[in-house]
Design a protein around this ligand. Structure first.
Ligand code: TRP
Length: 460
C-alpha cells in the first residue's frame, strides 16, 4: 500500500478538494452550459442537484476514502466487496476520459495567457482559428499535461496546497471585479435577466440531464476523486463541514462566473449559445476596453489564474488512476505518473483534432434521432460527464446504503462529528443516500442514455 503524505491541516484538505472542484468546469463550462440550456431554469436545476443529490454523494465519497485510505478500486476491496471494485474501475475510466478532453481546454486557457501577455486582444475573434492550430494548441496541452504529471509525481500536498490558498482568492477577486464592470455595460440587465429569471418554457429533458452532468462534473464527483482525496482527511476532522465548504466554494464560483458572463454576452450582441468558445470569445474584447496596459495585466492574470485553477483539477484527475496503479499494481509512483499522463495525452489527441481540424473527428458521430453530427470531444464529454458520473454517484450511494450498510457510513461520518446522526443534515443524508440518490440518479441515468444516444424519450 502506498504511503500517503497527509495534508498539513484540515484547511489543506478543503483547499485541495476545492482546488479539484473549482476549475474550467466553473468558469468555462458552467456559463456556456447555461447559455445553451436556456438560462436561469438551468441554473436553478443545477443548484438543486448540487445541494440535494450531489452533496450526500460527496460526503459518502470522502467517508469511504478516509475509512479505507485507498484509491477507488482498492477501497471497495478493502471494505470486503471485491466485486464492487468494478465500480472503482468505472470511475477510473471516467477520470481518464475527462482528463483527455479537459487537458485540451486547459491548453486553450494556457495559450490564451500567452496571447494576452503579448497583448493580442484580437484573439477572441480568432478563437475558431486558434483551436484549429493543432500543433500550437497541442504543444500547450503537452506542457499542461507535463506540469500536471510533475506535480502528481511529487505528491499532492505541499506546493499546490500553499499556492491554492493565494491564487484562488485572487481569481475570485478578478471575477467579482469583472462582474461589477460587466454590470456597467449597455444591455447588461438583459444578461442578468437571462441568467436569473427563469423561463420555464425553456425546460426540456436535455436541460435536466445537462444540469445534472454539470453538477457532478463541477463538484468532481462520481468517479472516486474524493475517495482518493478523502484518504488525506484526518480522523477527527469533520467531514460534513468540509463538504459544505467545498460545495459552497464550488457552486459560488460557478455562480459568479455566470453572473460575469451574461451581461458581457448581451452587451457584445452575441448569441447565448456560443458553446465551448463562450469565455474565449467574449473576454479578450473586454480586456481590450481596459486600455493596453491594464488590459494586458488583467487579461494575462485572468488566463494565468484560470490555468492554475485548471491545474489543481487536472492534478486530481491524474491522481486517481495513478493511485490505482501504485496501490493495486505495485507500479512505482514515478513510472505510473508518466505512463498514465502519456497515455491520457494520446487519447486526448482525437479531441484536440475534433474542433475543425479533422473532418473525421469533427463530424464524428450522429446519434440516433438527431441530424447534426457530434464531434469527438463532445461525445467523450457526453459519455463521461453526463452518463458515467451520475451512474457512478447512483452506485456509490446504493453501495453505501445497501451493501456496506448505512450504519458504517454513519459511524465514519460521526468521527469528528459526534452529533451527526441526530442533526438535520444527518437525517437528510440518511434519506438521500437510501432513496433519492440511488433511485433518482439511476432513473435519470437510464433516461439520459436513451434520450441522448438513441433518441428515445419515454416520458415526453
Ligand atoms: N471539477 C473540475 C472542474 O470543475 C473538474 C474535475 C476535477 C473533475 N476532478 C474531477 C470532474 C473528477 C469529475 C471528476 O473543472
Amino acid at each position: 500500500m502506498a504511503i500517503r503524505s497527509g495534508f498539513s491541516s484540515k484547511f489543506g484538505f478543503v483547499a485541495a478538494a476545492a482546488g479539484s472542484a473549482v476549475g474550467l468546469g466553473n468558469i468555462w463550462k458552467f456559463p456556456f452550459e447555461v447559455g445553451e440550456n436556456g438560462g436561469a431554469a438551468f441554473v436553478l436545476l443545477y443548484l438543486g442537484f448540487c445541494f440535494l443529490l450531489c452533496f450526500p454523494v460527496m460526503v459518502t465519497e470522502i467517508a469511504i476514502g478516509r475509512k479505507t485510505q485507498l484509491n477507488p478500486v482498492g477501497a471497495y476491496k478493502a471494505l470486503g466487496y471485491k466485486n464492487w471494485s468494478i465500480l472503482g474501475l468505472l470511475g477510473i475510466v471516467s477520470g481518464v476520459l475527462i482528463l483527455s478532453f479537459y487537458n485540451v481546454v486547459a491548453g486553450w486557457a494556457f495559450g490564451y495567457f500567452i496571447e494576452m501577455v503579448s497583448g493580442n486582444f484580437g484573439i477572441g475573434a480568432q478563437f475558431g482559428v486558434f483551436i484549429q492550430d493543432v500543433f500550437k494548441v497541442g504543444a500547450y496541452g503537452f506542457v499542461f499535461m507535463a506540469a500536471t504529471a510533475f506535480i502528481v509525481s511529487k505528491g499532492v500536498s505541499g506546493g499546490i496546497e500553499r499556492a491554492a490558498k493565494i491564487l484562488m482568492p485572487t481569481l475570485i477577486i478578478i471575477i467579482i471585479a469583472l462582474v461589477l464592470y460587466s454590470f456597467t455595460l449597455p444591455n447588461a440587465m438583459k444578461g442578468v435577466e437571462f441568467y436569473l429569471f427563469p423561463d420555464f418554457s425553456k425546460l426540456s429533458f436535455p436541460v435536466v440531464y445537462s444540469a445534472l452532468g454539470q453538477a457532478f462534473f463541477s463538484l468532481s464527483l462520481g468517479m472516486g476523486a474524493l475517495i482518493t482525496y478523502g484518504s488525506y482527511v484526518g480522523k477527527d476532522d469533520n467531514i460534513i463541514s468540509s463538504a459544505v465548504l467545498i460545495t459552497i466554494a464550488d457552486v459560488g464560483i460557478a455562480f459568479i462566473a455566470g453572473l460575469m458572463m451574461f451581461p458581457l454576452v448581451f452587451s457584445q450582441g452575441l448569441e447565448t449559445d456560443g458553446g465551448p468558445g463562450l469565455i474565449f470569445v467574449t473576454l479578450p474584447g473586454v480586456f481590450e476596453t481596459l486600455g493596453p496596459t491594464l488590459g494586458i495585466v488583467i487579461g494575462s492574470l485572468f488566463f494565468l489564474l484560470l490555468s492554475f485553477a485548471a491545474l489543481t483539477s487536472t492534478v486530481s484527475l491524474l491522481e486517481v488512476p495513478v493511485a490505482y496503479m501504485v496501490d493495486e499494481h505495485e507500479v512505482r509512483r514515478n513510472h505510473a505518473v508518466w505512463l498514465v499522463a502519456g497515455f491520457i495525452f494520446l487519447i486526448g489527441i482525437p479531441s484536440l483534432l475534433s474542433n475543425g481540424y479533422s473532418e473525421f473527428f469533427t463530424s464524428f458521430i450522429t446519434y440516433f434521432g438527431t441530424e447534426e453530427a457530434t464531434n469527438f470531444m463532445t461525445l467523450v464529454e457526453h459519455l463521461a460527464n453526463d452518463s458515467f458520473l451520475p451512474l457512478g454517484g447512483c452506485l456509490i450511494a446504493f453501495f453505501a446504503a445497501y451493501v456496506w450498510k448505512k450504519h458504517n457510513l454513519v459511524d465514519e461520518v460521526s468521527k469528528g462529528n459526534p452529533n451527526f446522526s441526530n442533526s438535520l443534515i444527518g437525517k437528510y443524508i440518511d434519506f438521500a443516500i437510501s432513496y433519492l440518490c440511488p433511485f433518482i440518479l439511476g432513473a435519470l441515468f437510464i433516461l439520459t442514455v436513451l434520450d441522448r444516444f438513441f433518441g428515445i424519450n419515454p416520458i415526453a
